[in-house]
Design a protein around this ligand. Sequence first.
Ligand SMILES: NC(=O)c1ccc[n+]([C@@H]2O[C@H](COP(=O)([O-])OP(=O)(O)OC[C@H]3O[C@@H](n4cnc5c(N)ncnc54)[C@H](OP(=O)(O)O)[C@@H]3O)[C@@H](O)[C@H]2O)c1
Length: 279
Amino acid sequence: MIVVTGATGNVGRPLVQALASAGETVTAVSRRPSDTEPQTGVRHRQADLTEPESLKPALDGADALFLLVAGGGEGVSASGILDVAGAAGVRRVVLLSSQGAGTRPQSPSHAPLRAFEDDLRQSGLQWTVLRPSGFASNAFLWAASVRERRTVAAPFPGVGLPVIDPADIGEVAAAVLREAGHGGHTYELTGPSPLSPREQAEAIGQALGTPVRFVEQSRDEARAQLLRFMPEPVVDGTLAILGEPFAAEQRVSPAVEQILGRPARTFAHWAQRNIAAFR
Ligand SMILES: NC(=O)c1ccc[n+]([C@@H]2O[C@H](COP(=O)([O-])OP(=O)(O)OC[C@H]3O[C@@H](n4cnc5c(N)ncnc54)[C@H](OP(=O)(O)O)[C@@H]3O)[C@@H](O)[C@H]2O)c1
């Protein structure tokens, strides 16, 4: 049995779907009840990662764990979760980390995830670390202004980054959880090509069939907007990557194609599949 934390989010949903389609038995975990249709082989359990003991019922009978720590990891103890998982019989853990844990390990935004990675590597459990670039689903931030005013407001309009479709992360995670040979590996995962915010807005307009206006935000305006729902260190780390990316953060990684045997999905594909949110 495979336990998937973060099961109702951007990555967790397609991951649970991929595992269930492959015939695996899955326990999907989140704090709130799941609103997805029941699927064969999938049960849902409520637990809170800030209270590792609450995971015990979900981990009963598990051999593998997909670990997703949302919100910058505040209040979450890696060793606490890994101890509970190991005691429950889990042997293999796949951690969703972030590209920034590799490129900016000292920055306050990414140091907690890097520490999480290090704890996992030292846990004695078989481990795999996934380090994705920025998610295509971050564009949901623009959904209301596209619906209401056909406008995208974002900073750094011309800076291209290889954003990744979270469904690709979910499918990679499913492959890594199911196949042998991924233990002890750290995979950087990106989309197929760098794309700027202005180009993302154009792709949303194409999927809508109507142009979307682009308005450049100042860094301060973007910061104020992001601070409404993200912790301050995460906001500043995110803006640093969006505005002044390192060369390593603009590079396309071959890992998605190597693991899945097909190219990574484009942002345009993500926009087409999720266009209902922007109508
Ligand atoms: N967005 C990016 O550009 C980006 C880039 C690189 C890495 N990442 C990493 O990706 C992860 C976010 O993935 P996502 O977009 O799939 O997340 P998401 O859509 O925000 O979903 C978060 C999931 O985690 C659950 N959750 C949140 N807090 C929890 C807790 N304390 N205990 C148990 N479950 C909890 C949520 O359900 P409930 O709320 O019901 O608990 C939900 O299922 C983060 O670790 C982030 O560092 C993101």
